[in-house]
Design a protein around this ligand. Structure first.
Ligand code: HEC
Length: 129
C-alpha cells in the first residue's frame, strides 16, 4: 500500500515537473530574473548576519565571492541594453571588488563595505527597472 502511494506521488510530481518545464520553455528562460534572485539571496544572507551580529570574516568573504560571480552574469542575462545599463553593472562590480578587498571581519566593517554595493543595486534599479 505504501509502495503504491509512493508510485502515485512520484507520477504526480513528475507530471507537475513536466508542466513547469513546458511553461518555462514557452516563456523563454527567465535568466535575468534568476540572476537578480541569486544576488538578492546572497545580499539577504549578509544582511541577516548583520542583524544577528554574527559577522564571520571567512563566511563573509565566501558570500561576497558568490555575489561577485552572480553579478558577473548580469551582462549575459541582459543582452541588448543601453550603455548606461552596463555602466551600472560595472559600478556594482567595482563596489563588490572594493568590499572584497576590504575583507570585513566585523559587523561594523561589513556595514561599511555593503553600503556601496546596495547603492549600486539601487541606482541601477532606479534607472532601469
Ligand atoms: C545593471 C543594472 C542592475 C543592477 C546593478 C542590479 N539590478 Fe536588480 N534588477 C535590474 C532590472 C532591470 C530588474 C528588472 C528585471 C525584470 O523585471 O525583468 C531587476 C530586478 C531585480 C529583482 C526582482 C527580480 C524579479 O524576479 O522580478 C531583485 C530581487 C533584484 N533586482 C535584486 C538586485 C540586487 C540585490 C542587486 C545588487 C546586488 C541588483 N539587483 C543589482 C537591474 C539591476
Amino acid at each position: 500500500m505504501r509502495a503504491l502511494l509512493l508510485i502515485v506521488l512520484g507520477l504526480a510530481v513528475g507530471a507537475m515537473g513536466a508542466t513547469f518545464a513546458f511553461s518555462a520553455l514557452r516563456q523563454g528562460t527567465p535568466y535575468h530574473r534568476g540572476v537578480m534572485a541569486v544576488m538578492q539571496h546572497h545580499v539577504g544572507v549578509l544582511r541577516n548576519s548583520l542583524r544577528s551580529q554574527q559577522c564571520d570574516g571567512p563566511a563573509t568573504a565566501a558570500r561576497l565571492a558568490r555575489l561577485t560571480s552572480a553579478a558577473a552574469d548580469i551582462e549575459e542575462a541582459f543582452p541588448s541594453m543601453d550603455k548606461g545599463f552596463y555602466d551600472a553593472a560595472r559600478q556594482l562590480d567595482t563596489a563588490l571588488a572594493g568590499a572584497t578587498k576590504a575583507a570585513p571581519a566585523t559587523c561594523a566593517a561589513l556595514t561599511v563595505a555593503l553600503k556601496p554595493v546596495s547603492d549600486a543595486c539601487q541606482s541601477c534599479h532606479q534607472n532601469f527597472r
